[in-house]
Design a protein around this ligand. Structure first.
Ligand SMILES: [Zn+2]
Length: 516
């Protein structure tokens, strides 16, 4: 067995993407899969190097066996990649066996013996992502990492779709394409000669899965100069390794914020890390004039908090059900603000009801017991998981009570986060997967959201876009790239109900006083 320790979280993410299939089927498919990562000397170029690095970071988090196929004899380069794979999953198997499919970087000519398996050729040329299923696309030699990183995510998505094709309805693979990150359309628009981009001060809020993709991109952008503050209060949990591209096993239980410090070593980009929430950061700093904010947090409440503090510019990023979103907010009061894009359109379930549902408790139908009310009781006081709760969970999910003994007394919030959000319940049930409403994107999905977030910011600061784009760009990571459809850029309407803060005269006046 070479599946990762945090494999239950991988299962949760897989089941959410596929919507059908069982835990045992996923496990058996993965155990049979060997992913080949092929490359040649193109990985000496900055773009090829970045593509290879991110590919290894993505593939090692999910697949138990990798075969590195290098045109040069096994050299130092491969040794470093093996080391990186093992730091991500110490149980990973590096093998010389014939791969099931290949992700190919550079212009390597693959041996005839491999001509019968699918190959996904990935690469980039400056700001342009390149992809083919028939012939090598090569890597450019610019210092721009965004297309180079994006092609690794799209390659990983095609590998995923191929490996799990029997579980996907209407599965479609990418056809040969090139996509410019400047226009977000097919084509070759490019600006390869890039000199120093001075971005001034900016803030990245949230160093979660998207934040990891964002910092990976920033760490590979040597031409940016400025001052970056990263705000993130939490410590790293084992299950985070499933999709945090910069995280390794050694980071578990340590503050997440320590990771960016290991990676950003551009002397022109001053890094400041703050182990606080957004609200905690604001109240300590007491700042009024807030620099541009890149949002990579996973909850609507904090996004609203950032918008309410009225920075001049915000770029927001998010992942949803097989979806990546980027939204641009440069003129509060005139165009849709961040809050406009989160205005509730239907009544939201209480967290207690959602938790009871995700634990399977609603199926119990015990007379005179309201499970939403019961859960609220546990959550309100963060009570430990007791015999009664564990028995309910065991009964509702047909799990032996003894299997749950290890959780007795664990405070409910940490129990819920490990047991449900970490995918353990789903693994224990061994049944047809139902992941409920827990959000668990795949690694390539979050990484791509983070890369696009930073790419948008740099394009804006470098003034590379002649035509202004509409507010929102959405990308469907399990669907093929198609011009104007995937990714799709569209104008998001400003809230007209008058409930949004951008319709509030006090907020508008405050914004104008600050920035005019
Ligand atoms: Zn608004």
């Amino acid at each position: 067995m070479a599946l990762a320790e945090y494999f239950s979280k991988d299962l949760l993410a897989i089941s959410q993407a596929l919507k059908k299939g069982s835990v045992e089927e996923f496990q058996s498919v993965l155990n049979k899969t060997i992913v080949g990562i092929a490359f040649d000397d193109d990985v000496q170029k900055p773009e090829g190097k970045a593509t290879l690095d991110l590919s290894v970071r993505l593939i090692s988090r999910l697949y138990p066996k990798i075969n590195f196929i290098n045109s040069v004899e096994r050299n130092k380069n491969t040794e470093a990649l093996i080391k990186l794979s093992k730091a991500i999953n110490p149980k990973i198997e590096i093998t010389d066996e014939k791969p099931s499919l290949i992700l190919s970087i550079g212009k390597i000519k693959l041996p005839k013996a491999l001509s019968d398996i699918p190959v996904f050729y990935i690469g980039s040329d400056g700001w342009v992502i390149k992809f083919s299923t028939s012939s090598p696309v090569g890597s450019g030699d610019s210092l721009i990492p965004f297309a180079a990183g994006s092609c690794a995510c799209i390659g990983a998505s095609n590998i995923f779709r191929h490996v799990f094709k029997d579980f996907l309805t209407d599965v479609e693979f990418d056809k040969d394409f090139s996509l410019s990150l400047i226009t977000l359309l097919s084509g070759k628009e490019n600006a390869k000669q890039i000199s120093e981009v001075k971005v001034g001060e900016f803030i990245l809020v949230g160093f979660g899965a998207i934040g990891n993709g964002a910092v990976w991109a920033l760490a590979n952008t040597p031409f940016v100069s400025g001052q970056l503050t990263i705000i993130e209060p939490e410590n790293l949990d084992l299950s985070n390794l499933q999709r945090y591209v910069l995280a390794e096993e050694r980071h578990i239980e340590k503050p997440k914020i320590e990771i960016p410090q290991e990676h950003i070593n551009n002397s022109k980009l001053k890094l400041n890390v703050v182990q606080k929430t957004w609200a905690g950061f604001l109240s300590e700093k007491n700042i009024w004039v807030i620099p541009p904010v890149l949002i990579s947090i996973d909850n609507a409440k904090d996004r609203v908090g950032v918008q309410s503090s009225l920075p001049k510019e915000i770029i927001n990023s998010y992942t949803g059900d097989n979806l990546i979103g980027i939204s641009r907010h440069y003129s509060f009061g005139e165009e849709a603000c961040v809050v406009c894009t989160y205005m509730p359109t239907e009544k939201k379930k209480s967290f207690a009801l959602e938790a009871a549902e995700n634990l399977g408790l609603l199926q119990l139908n015990l007379p005179n017991i309201n499970m939403e009310f019961q859960m609220a009781g546990y959550l309100y006081s963060n009570k430990g998981a007791d015999d009664q709760l564990l028995q309910w969970i065991a009964d509702a999910n047909s799990i032996a009570r003894s299997e749950l003994e290890q959780y007795k007394g664990v405070p409910i919030q940490s129990f819920y986060s490990k047991f449900v959000c970490g995918g353990i319940l789903m693994k224990m049930k061994k049944s047809e997967s139902k992941s409920g409403t827990v959000e668990a994107p795949l690694a390539f999905q979050s990484a791509l959201a983070g890369i696009l977030l930073v790419s948008e910011f740099i394009i804006e600061k470098a003034g590379l876009r002649t035509d202004k784009l509409s507010t929102v760009t959405q990308f469907f990571p399990l669907a093929p790239v198609k011009d104007q459809i995937n990714p799709r850029t569209f104008s998001f309407p400003k809230d007209v109900t008058g409930r949004c803060i951008c319709a509030d005269q006090d907020f508008i006046t405050a914004y104008k006083t600050k920035w005019d």
